[in-house]
Design a protein around this ligand. Structure first.
Ligand SMILES: Nc1nc2c(ncn2[C@@H]2O[C@H](COP(=O)(O)OP(=O)(O)OP(=O)(O)O)[C@@H](O)[C@H]2O)c(=O)[nH]1
Ligand SMILES: [Mg+2]
Length: 330
């Protein structure tokens, strides 16, 4: 049986987070990530009390295929951000971390400076088994970080599909990192993901690779002309950078600031967050209903048999689903 962990009184979490105490912040995040009903109630109370102190950060999503250089980029870009006297929190959503765990190990060395930087806080997400769950928890974690005084939040995700959409739904600014490939520029990553980007940065623009990166930059720029105008009215930029040589990072940060100021002025940032909050509510509802349904004892007992019956064509999926729903509502 799972032993319930000792929990602090709620004020301890609230005051610790507000005071910027990283240890308490981590403990509060653990509660937020917990699936235990009792923890969920504590988490809700903590967040409720912290809510007035949230929302003031610049929320930036960073994505790209494995190996594009996300971790190395975040280490260098993070240094730049913190050198501007901004506190930075880095959260990661990694739908594959359950299986590999490799990236996390790599990150220990690739983000070694950021990890010990007092202005930075790095937190990999719990390897939840449902992306929806990880998404709702990451949003709550983001709020805790904001209440703890972090001015900039990076939400990093591996570009393997669905997780980018989840991240897009919780950030102000979306940065897509891309590799310069030989002629297959548009194949590695889905067009829909490129359409989400506010800045596309071609990574590893150093040494012999620089020329290839500049070529890719021109190709992406041309490709972007064909995309529909985004809701924000912002024209996405294509830049090149080298995290290792520390080049091009300033230009990316300048674009973030320009975006922030323009989108503040035209009201997009505010409206976008309003919309995101509404979607968030629906996500939480779906997530809780799902959890409730699948953790119901009668359901989990019946489900395996019904799954087999479906496979053996003894029962159609629709009838099995109806049966389970009926069982649940009894
Ligand atoms: N030349 C060069 N190599 C780089 C640069 N950035 C990253 N790399 C290399 O590219 C490889 C992958 O970098 P990571 O930062 O681990 O990439 P990632 O996107 O975090 O990879 P995953 O965590 O596996 O998704 C490493 O060998 C880095 O040293 C760069 O700016 N220039
Ligand atoms: Mg990485």
């Amino acid at each position: 049986m799972y032993q319930r962990k000792q929990r602090l009184p709620i004020e301890k979490y609230v005051n610790g987070v507000l005071g910027g105490d990283k240890i308490i912040l981590s403990k509060a995040i653990t509660i937020v990530e917990s699936t235990l009903e009792a923890d969920q109630l504590i988490a809700e109370k903590i967040i409720e009390q912290l809510l007035p102190q949230t929302g003031k950060s610049m929320r930036i999503g960073i994505t790209g295929v494995p190996g594009v250089g996300k971790s190395t980029f975040i280490e260098s870009f993070g240094k730049l951000v913190t050198s501007q006297n901004k506190k930075l929190a880095v959260l990661t959503i990694d739908p594959s971390s359950q299986r590999s765990g490799g990236s996390i190990l790599g990150d220990k060395t690739r983000m070694s400076n950021l990890a010990v930087n007092p202005m930075a806080y790095i937190r990999p997400s719990a390897s939840g088994n449902s992306l929806g769950g990880v998404g709702t928890k990451t949003r709550e974690t983001m709020l805790l970080c904001e209440a703890a005084g972090y001015d900039v939040i990076f939400i990093e995700t591996v570009g393997v599909g669905q997780s980018e959409t989840t991240v897009k739904g919780m950030v102000d600014f979306f940065l897509l990192l891309m590799l310069a490939g030989a002629g297959d520029e548009l194949q590695g990553i889905k067009k829909g993901i490129m359409e989400m980007a506010d800045v596309i940065a071609i990574t590893k623009s150093d040494g012999d690779n620089r020329v290839k990166c500049e070529m890719a930059q021109r190709e992406y720029k041309n490709a972007l002309h064909l995309f529909p105008v985004s809701k924000s009215g912002w024209n996405p930029k294509v830049l090149t950078c080298s995290a290792i040589e520390d080049e091009g990072l300033n230009s990316i940060w300048e674009q973030v600031l320009k975006f922030k100021s323009e989108m503040n002025n035209n009201g997009f940032l505010f409206k976008n967050r309003q919309q995101q909050n509404v979607e968030w509510m629906h996500d939480i509802i779906l997530y809780s209903l799902r959890n409730k349904f699948y953790s119901n004892g009668n359901i989990s007992n019946a489900i395996e048999n019904l799954e087999n019956d479906i496979k053996n064509e003894k029962i159609p999926a629709i009838s099995a689903a109806r049966k389970l729903l009926k069982e649940y509502h009894n």
